[in-house]
Design a protein around this ligand. Structure first.
Ligand code: ATP
Length: 796
């Protein structure tokens, strides 16, 4: 065996990164983050090409990666370092070769981004590592001296998979991008289904996991759903036809217009009004005997039994393709950063972690626990223990499933509450429109109808409420019917109308109207104004008895500046719109000269959107009101840009992006900054200002905003329901009778508005209209680290 020269005492730690299994959008973002964070932390980064294949083959398939090499990767689909399913690595002999290659390269830490198979492989490799090294010494392939510095192998997992099938994490890198692709396709199918009153059976990916199917069913208001974890009851064919006939449009073959004798189509379409039928089926769907339920079987049933003109659409690999959505870009970035941190903190005894996310919190979970639970789900399905499979999948999945069932067929409710528990629940939108307002209202209406409550929409906010004459009810306050709200499932903006008016503009009339319309509870969807409105109503309870009802705010604003939550509906839609804008504008510079774009974001006095968009597009710098802008900062950033363009060897000529929140400075406006950069660049590069303005409020809500709208709206309804039948004084005395639902770290919870511990007192910066402490501020450091801006600052 030839002796090989290797760095016995490598000066810098070497961290390898590979992508394995099926590709997923966001994998490139993860690799970029690992590479740059590794370099930032004083390590060297190595890319292993073609997954484990590269590790086994070594040579040119393991290459050092430099800072500039991963420029522009955030917006690229698939995985640029390649992925493969490597049979050789499944064998010990393959892993032995892999171990040798790693030692030869001086790599003793590996970040693996893939599905449960890839992560299982990683853990097997780590467990065998000491034995593999021993064998390499014994066979003479390596000397003890060579092996000595690499006795400890650290492995960290990142879950990259479109299926979202890994236990222990709410989301995997790629799943929301895939969901976005599916929802775009189904939204398009809507139009043709509506036009021809057709039925569509849409097959989506998911062999063992129904997450994509379930979430797309929620996001598009599908009439029926098939997922592998919860097969339909025997006799499902009849039930499906029954439900679809009642909620959908069935054109009777004998008599499409008139009523006919067939009990399944005894209502004509004018009565029913719904012109489209959508059934979603996961590719792994099966019945309780584990027989496959295919899209063509479902189509045949709908066609033959109901005479419904039905088409099937199998979405196939389009679900994997394309650029990552905003969520996958920032998730992969933050998780990549966390993976490197984990590597640096691990010792020989640390079990391999997998980086997960629960609600809004990036966490570390023992890798093998997550893999084992994931494999248990598959086993439980195989054993026909479907209840256990659902429980093992994760709590959020189960909650979404029940939320879907609770709202899918409100026309034939089975879950009405007793009369004395039923409420008249008023729904109002306050503030600027945000993606998710309509789906949240639809979900609230569906839940109300299912439980026997009466949903009452207040049109056009508190001005709409107060527009009454001589105590006569008017049309801007009216009960909502299901057919009206069903169509809101994928609509942007606010169908019932929203504005910034507050109850304090006429509290007397507002309170009178609460009495007039007999509201038992109030559901307010909106941003900081919604929060302010409920605060005002709560304070006015002392004077007005009619306001002593439970009230809850569901935050919905692109600014994400509502106290009590780290996430507001609409912020994800806005982010997606912004990254599309940035990608397009950046691309426009690729064929022209070197260019910096200074892009102005909305967000009021909160820099959340600017910062998160900065993470998702890889901005050079982000200017936010919390930090302000000064001349020194601008001067340093212009120097940084100059350096950046010098180091950029032309491989990636696309433009660079600076994001500036609209309120970051009164003096240094977007145009002024762009002009200063242009002046100082002295012809080496140029700059442009761009203001996407109201474009940021987005068109259709993103799937994430749609699914979260459903889940949170239902939680809000259940929260309000808790107060049913209580007397008014008891309600007013309960701090949670005026509250905000929110994501806080890894939890979703209700926070009281009033009282000594309430949000109004403890968490609200009323002057700046934002929470006193903003959880996302530390993300500024990540943006600066990954752009190199923070290193440029410390070098001075
Ligand atoms: P996806 O979710 O897209 O299927 P995955 O990571 O689960 O991704 P797999 O094909 O199961 O995809 O695994 C990818 C690769 O990981 C395999 O080709 C193999 O190289 C390695 N691998 C999987 N399981 C093991 C194992 N038990 N031992 C060693 N290596 C494994």
């Amino acid at each position: 065996m030839e002796p090989v020269n290797i760095p016995i005492e490598a000066k810098k730690r070497r961290i390898g990164v590979l992508t394995s299994g099926g590709d997923a959008p966001g994998m490139n973002g993860a690799v970029r983050a690992v590479v740059r964070m590794a370099i930032h932390s004083g390590c060297e980064a190595y890319a292993v090409y073609e997954g484990y294949e590269g590790l086994v083959n070594g040579g040119n398939m393991i290459r050092q990666v430099h800072w500039e090499d991963v420029r522009g990767w955030l917006s690229r689909g698939g995985t640029l370092i390649g992925s493969a399913r490597c049979m050789t690595f499944r064998e010990r002999a393959g892993r032995l070769r892999a171990a040798k290659n790693m030692v030869l390269r001086g790599i003793d830490a590996l970040v693996v981004c893939g599905g449960d198979g890839s992560l299982t492989g990683a853990d097997v490799f780590r467990a065998e590592w000491p034995g593999l090294l021993e064998e390499l010494i014994k066979s003479g392939e390596l000397t003890a001296h060579q092996v000595e510095p690499y006795k400890q192998l650290n492995i960290v997992g990142l879950v990259g998979s479109i299926d979202n099938d890994m236990s222990g994490t709410d989301a995997t890198i790629g799943c929301y991008s895939s969901l976005t692709r599916i929802c775009d396709a189904i939204d398009d199918v809507f139009d043709t289904a509506f036009s021809h009153q057709r039925g569509f059976v849409v097959e989506v990916m998911g062999r063992h996991c129904g997450w994509l199917a379930l979430m797309s069913a929620i996001s598009t208001g599908a009439d029926w759903l098939f997922i592998p974890e919860m097969p339909p009851k025997d006799g499902w064919e009849d039930e499906m036809c029954n439900v679809i006939t009642k909620v959908g449009t069935i054109t009777c073959p004998k008599s499409p217009i008139m009523k006919c004798a067939n009990p399944l189509c005894n209502q004509n379409r004018k009565e029913r009004g719904k012109r489209r039928t959508i059934v979603i089926v996961a590719e792994g769907a099966q019945d309780r005997q584990l027989n496959k339920i295919s899209s063509s079987t479902i189509k045949d049933i709908l066609t033959q039994r109901l005479g419904l003109d039905t088409r099937t659409t199998v979405l196939g690999h389009t679900q994997r393709g394309g650029a990552a959505c905003a969520y996958d870009r920032w998730l992969s970035t933050l998780q990549g950063v966390e993976a490197v941190r984990a590597v640096l903190e691990m010792n020989a005894q640390s079990p391999s972690p997998v980086i997960t996310i629960r609600e809004n919190k990036i966490m570390r979970t023992p890798l093998m626990d997550a893999v084992k639970e994931t494999q248990d789900v598959t086993q439980k399905i195989h054993d026909k223990d479907f209840a256990a499979a659902m429980t093992l999948r994760d709590a959020e999945f189960k909650e979404y499933y029940h939320a879907y069932l609770n709202t899918a067929t409100p026309e034939h409710p089975k879950m009405h509450l007793p009369e004395n528990k039923r409420m008249r629940i008023a729904i109002v939108h306050v503030g600027a429109p945000a993606g998710g307002m309509n789906p949240a209202t639809r979900a609230a209406v569906a839940y109300c109808l299912t439980r026997g409550h009466t949903p009452v929409a207040i049109h056009n906010g508190f001005t709409g409420l107060c527009r009454h004459h001589a105590d006569k009810p008017i049309s801007s306050v009216r009960e909502v019917k299901w057919l009206e709200s069903d169509a809101w499932v994928n609509e942007g903006g606010s169908d019932i109308g929203t504005n910034r008016s507050l109850p304090s503009e006429d509290m007397e009339t507002t309170a009178k109207c609460f009495e007039l319309y007999k509201f038992d509870a109030l559901f307010v969807v909106g941003g900081f104004e919604a929060f302010t409105a409920v605060s005002e109503l709560r304070r006015a309870r002392e004077k007005y008895n009619s306001l002593k009802i439970p009230m809850v705010v569901l935050p919905a604003t692109i600014s994400n500046n509502v106290p009590g939550t780290e996430y507001s509906l609409g912020s994800d839609t806005c982010l997606n719109t912004l990254i599309d804008f940035c990608d397009a504008i950046r691309q426009s510079a690729s064929s022209s000269r070197r260019r910096v774009f200074v892009i102005e974001t909305q967000g009021g006095k909160s820099g959340y959107i600017a910062t998160t968009a900065g993470l998702a597009v890889g901005a050079v710098a982000v200017y936010i009101p919390e930090e302000g802008i000064d001349i020194k900062m601008l001067s340093r950033d212009i120097d940084f840009l100059r350096d950046n363009f010098i180091r950029d060897k032309g491989a990636n000529r696309a433009g660079k992006i600076i994001l500036r929140n609209e309120s970051a400075s009164n003096t240094y406006t977007t145009q002024v900054i762009a002009d200063m950069i242009k002046e100082e660049a002295k012809g080496k590069f140029e700059s442009r200002a761009a203001v996407p303005g109201h474009f940021q409020q987005g068109g259709k809500p993103s799937p994430m905003d749609r699914v979260r709208a459903l889940r949170m709206a239902i939680r809000c309804m259940q929260h309000l329901e808790n107060f049913a039948g209580m007397d008014r004084e008891t309600i007013a005395a309960d701090p949670l009778s005026s509250s905000v639902i929110g994501v806080k770290g890894s939890q979703v919870l209700f926070s009281p508005m009033g009282g000594a511990d309430g949000l109004e007192e403890t968490e609200t910066d009323w002057k700046r209209r934002r929470p006193k402490s903003e959880f996302w501020l530390e993300l500024q450091d990540v943006v600066n680290t990954l752009s190199g801006r923070s290193a440029s600052r410390t070098q001075e």
